[in-house]
Design a protein around this ligand. Sequence first.
Ligand code: ATP
Ligand code: MG
Length: 568
Amino acid sequence: MAEGLEEIIRKHTLKNAYDYKLAIPAKIIGKVIGEFPAAKENMKETMKLINEEAMRVNRLAREEIEKELSLFSFATKKEEKKEIELPGAVQGKVVTRFPPEPSGYPHIGHAKAAWLDFAAATRYGGKMLLRFDDTNPEKERQEYVDAIKEGLLWLGIDWADETYTSDRMEEFYAYCDEMFVKFKAYVCTCLPEEVKKGRLEKIACDCSAREPQENMSLFRKMREGKMEEGEAIVRFRGDMKSENTVMRDPTLFRIVKAPHYRQGEKYKVWPSYDFAAPIMDSLEGVTHAMRTKEYELRNPLYFAVLRALELREPKLIEFSRLEIKGAPISKRLITPLIEQGKVEGWDDPRLPTLKALKRRGILPEAIREFVLSFGLSKVESEPNWDRLLAENRKLLDERCARRFFVKEPVRIAVLGAPKKEAVLKNHPNQPQMGERRVMTNGDFYISKEDLASISLGETFRLKELYNVTLVERENGKMKFRYDGDAGLAAKKIQWVVPEEAVRCKVRVPKDLLDEQGNFVENSMGEDSGVCERSCLELSEGTGVQFERYGYVRLDKKESGFLTFIFSC
Ligand code: ATP
Ligand code: MG
């Protein structure tokens, strides 16, 4: 369909409203001109049309926007981001899985894995499974299952089926018996130290000669709780002489008597990751199983288990683990910080958990862009937070209202200042976000830092108000004089009227770990000051831009005191 200007405006306005919840004329004009260059000739008319259409669209319900939008098509941008290529993928037949262990809260590393799994499945019109890899009773909890689901939903990831490895224990036991029968596994009753020594010296132990019947009956004893933890394990008959230590008769099952959060006390013998993961992938129809690179040495074992059981072999794909300088992106590193009380909890704003990132005001879209930018590459780059924060700033810029915050306030009086009402725009180029009006009478709080930067005789501007000159400075005493409304003095300073000042602080999270990976004691900074009265109307969880300071998110509201967290 050849589209006229009005249709083009309509479709881009709808798209803008769909993508950003609110159609913003300034963001639409470029797209319209890109597609209809002649619209440039009468900009006034074009802008008028866009403004009208934006007003119309902004009143529509989301479903209506979607419906109208579905009537239009868009030229797809080429090479927008690294496409995920899966070897041997068949359109409509790809099945991936995200397999977290519910032993902690999800972090940004999980977001990377989950986004890759989900984006790959989506790209090929397939599906992603969410599998709780829960065969470690001592570490797992329902609370973590819930937190993982909540985190994924927040990220915008949707799964086809939700499964639990621990639901298939009976099958694992049956496969284990099959392995005994096929001489592929045996019960080893050596002491743990002996097992370790044997592996190190590449020497098989006597247990490996056990007959299937004996293995099966020992395995039954293990399962019935007649053997203690550490007394026996099941081992795969790999190759004790292999150069790959993983293949030296690895553990397939161990005794764990602790109750399981989902299965209770039903099972006392639990499969290892090396046994459960390939079987689950195969049984669940996974076509492409992705995992982080550190598992690469385990790949031969993955396939050896499947071959021993004559099960279908999925494709294995590795990608690099996400590491960020100064951040503990691993439950193994985060859990002790929580247990030792070094951080406030899983949502401490310094942590890389999804909960913490959300609390800090990092948007899920920014996380998605960031983690997917690495693609399925195996290259280990250790980025810092900058790219994520830059992405986040870009998104927040259009959404966040502006407010004035004065750090370490100092009170000044401006001589000769008229009473004047300031009209402060909530957003520099989005008039529909409104404004606030503040009555001023010459008394202000400005920040200590700004104050120190003003030299004698200098004229600066109180933002959106008027010009002021520093006329006298004598032993710490400063005199300011009103210098008219006109013209724009070079330096613009935000201010707060003392009568309306609301006390507040901004907590500023910094790197939690130093270069050596040690905990940094004073990694939570804090700026205190005052903000304008209109901040009292913000609800907890709202993000704003403190002008000339940065984006912050309101974390806690107490009577007469606001606590923000610095976002970026
Ligand atoms: P952790 O070190 O946090 O315990 P894990 O691998 O033991 O990590 P799981 O819950 O088992 O945690 O992980 C689920 C999936 O997320 C796995 O496929 C794992 O490879 C992936 N994953 C975990 N951490 C990262 C990371 N930092 N970068 C990329 N993927 C990760
Ligand atoms: Mg793990």
